[in-house]
Ligand binder design. Sequence first.
Ligand code: ADP
Ligand code: ASP
Ligand code: MG
Length: 414
Amino acid sequence: MGIVVQKYGGTSVAGVERIKVVAERIAKSAAEGNDMVVVVSAMGKATDELVKLANEISTVPHAREMDMLLSAGERISMALLSMALNEMGHDAVSFTGSQAGIMTDASHTKARIVEVRAHRIEKALAAGRIVIVAGFQGVSSEKDITTLGRGGSDTTAVALAAALNAEVCEIYTDVTGVYTADPRIIPNARKLNEVTYEEMLEMAASGAGVLSLRSVEFARTHGVVIHCRSSFTDQTGTVIKEEVEQVEKALVTAVSQDTSEAMIRVDGVPDRPGVAARIFSDIAKERINVDMIVQNISHDGKTDLTFTMPKEDLIRSGDAIRRIVADIGAEGFSADSDIAKLSLIGAGMKTDPGVAAEMFSALAEAGINIEMISTSSIRISCVVRSMDINRAVTIIHEHFGLAGEPSMASVGQP
Ligand code: ADP
Ligand code: ASP
Ligand code: MG
């Protein structure tokens, strides 16, 4: 037996009773002879509540202080879980991200892990202890506490699994695995037994929040096999790895949706070489994560440029966008938050050129207007009105034959 890394999400540790159930599960795995390293999220909606508190004090909270605040959520759950294990007679010890050796860069609220110095964990394991680690946080070279972006506990777990050369990285959540669509929205979504890193990356990047994007990137780079499963049942979940065995190659694998982005339209952009380069390099300097970009055909030497970016960055970056627009001599800009992105993902579409046309036709038949389109070799994404998104996902999921029986996703309390 070797090292097992487990991660429990917010719903799985939402209250004292749940924490005790999680402690039982960890104890069972330890009794099988595994060295246990357990990463926890903050209890229930604790992180959302902390964000709300910060926003009541400041519209744009100082990023360093935000990290100090948000990292507190995971410290509470790690200590309680460790106490629950101690109470059961196990020798458990909890570590903050910093104590666990999670070294990050200095970009507060979305820091990247640059190194894992796991000696303290290794020492505790060698002494026969169960190690509990606060997810979602680390420490910068300036010795400031950082957080890894929302959903970042998944990344902590995968990074530890890679550093410790763990047998497996189990991500316990409130659904029984990765589905063909979000089972909370599509009740007959089907559970996928195996998904490749490539497809999971596209899913995570296009809104399937069951695993954070960074965690999948990390897993792929370091070859960490993820088992995503429910903390409410013993059922096998979904395994995410390099290659999957499939009797028949499916054309498409999943549909996902993203309502977290806003669309920015810059009007009257002077159409000359270098303008797009200038706008987007200035935007990148402001740490605004641009997703889709469309530039219209120009008229009279001017063009329109439309792009999408996270809604949560809008308030912080309004002034910067205004300045960039003025600097390049554009006429102005407008922001539209009532949009959503629908994505269809599948490695099978690499060799089938008809999938995009079929997707657009199905949306047209349902009277759903497509406002922007972007593609990769295994993904097609369309921006639609946010009020149409659930209907659009249902139609596309059905159209491509992804539906199964009404799912037993075992969705825990939201
Ligand atoms: P945790 O707190 O355990 O990290 P999350 O809320 O981050 O849990 O992720 C689990 C949620 O992801 C599910 O409750 C589900 O609504 C959502 N989800 C979105 N897309 C999918 C998908 N394709 N398959 C499974 N769950 C999905
Ligand atoms: N608690 C953090 C969040 O809600 C990190 C996580 O749960 O993964 O985003
Ligand atoms: Mg999560």
